[in-house]
Design a protein around this ligand. Structure first.
Ligand code: NAD
Length: 231
């Protein structure tokens, strides 16, 4: 059993989603803050954006959708894989221990010189940009547009999709690749696709079950059904 989450599961925690009309990326052009070229051109501007995101996300708490998925991990243990495109860390705050963060994390920093990575929940990181002990600049350990996904997270995510009997997709528009392909891989290998999303997505026609609803009000019911199936 595997679950892929997207920005939608954190919407009810007050975190703006990616592509919706009032979403984050309509306020700030992607090419100014979320590409390696932008960071090379103006690291301070990129860091101001990410430091502001860290400050905002630090004020947010997991919602009932996150908590239901923590209960799912508690019930299924290693039979459950949680894959997230989110970088906000709310699944871990809800109690999930095994989270494949395929787009990285706002709370992890990577040195542009020595490559060292470390978790850091300090808010804020000012003075910006933050500097590594080796003297080079740190960057957010998130996946920017045009970058490859981290192998250590994406490889097990593919394996989980290939072997899942049920693949649940929550709060993703399913248009960002290669994350969206995980659901297609799962379906191709015979998994039943289940979806929770208030909107129709490109995956909806492939789904065996779909809840056209925000995650919060229905995730407990969805998790109960899965726990029943896997008894
Ligand atoms: P997206 O914005 O493209 O899609 C969000 C989806 O969530 C939409 O289909 C929308 O209908 C649905 N949705 C909205 N409210 C919902 C709710 N209450 N419950 C369930 N679904 C709801 O997001 P995506 O598909 O995750 O796009 C991927 C990119 O966005 C990733 O690269 C991710 O790293 C980045 N991102 C992450 C965060 C975060 O960490 N919280 C926030 C914004 C963007």
């Amino acid at each position: 059993m595997a679950c892929l989450t997207g920005a939608g599961i954190s919407a009810e925690s007050g975190i703006a989603t990616f592509r919706e009309s009032r979403g984050l990326w309509n306020q700030v052009p992607v090419e100014e803050v979320a590409t390696p070229q932008a960071f090379a051109r103006d690291p301070l501007r990129v860091w101001q954006f990410y430091d502001a995101r860290r400050k905002q996300v630090a004020t947010c708490a997991p919602n009932p959708g996150h908590l239901a998925l923590a209960r799912l991990e508690e019930g299924l243990g290693e039979r459950f894989t949680l894959i997230t495109q989110n970088v906000d860390g709310l699944h871990q705050l809800a109690g999930n221990r095994n989270v494949l963060e395929i787009h990285g994390s706002l709370w992890r920093l990577r040195c542009t010189g020595c490559g060292e990575e470390r978790d850091d929940r300090t808010v804020s990181l000012e003075p910006l940009p933050p500097i590594c002990e080796c003297g080079r600049m740190l960057r957010p350990s998130v996946v920017w547009f045009g970058e490859v996904l981290p192998e250590h997270a994406f490889q097990p995510a593919i394996e989980a999709a290939e072997s899942a009997s049920v693949f649940l997709v929550v709060g993703t528009s399913a248009v960002v690749e290669p994350a969206a392909s995980l659901a297609r891989v799962a379906a191709y290998q015979g998994a039943a696709l289940w979806e929770v999303n208030p909107e129709i997505t490109p995956l909806t026609p492939l789904c065996e079950r779909s809840w056209q609803s925000p995650a919060g009000p229905v995730m407990d019911e969805v998790v109960d059904l899965i726990l029943d199936d896997f008894k």
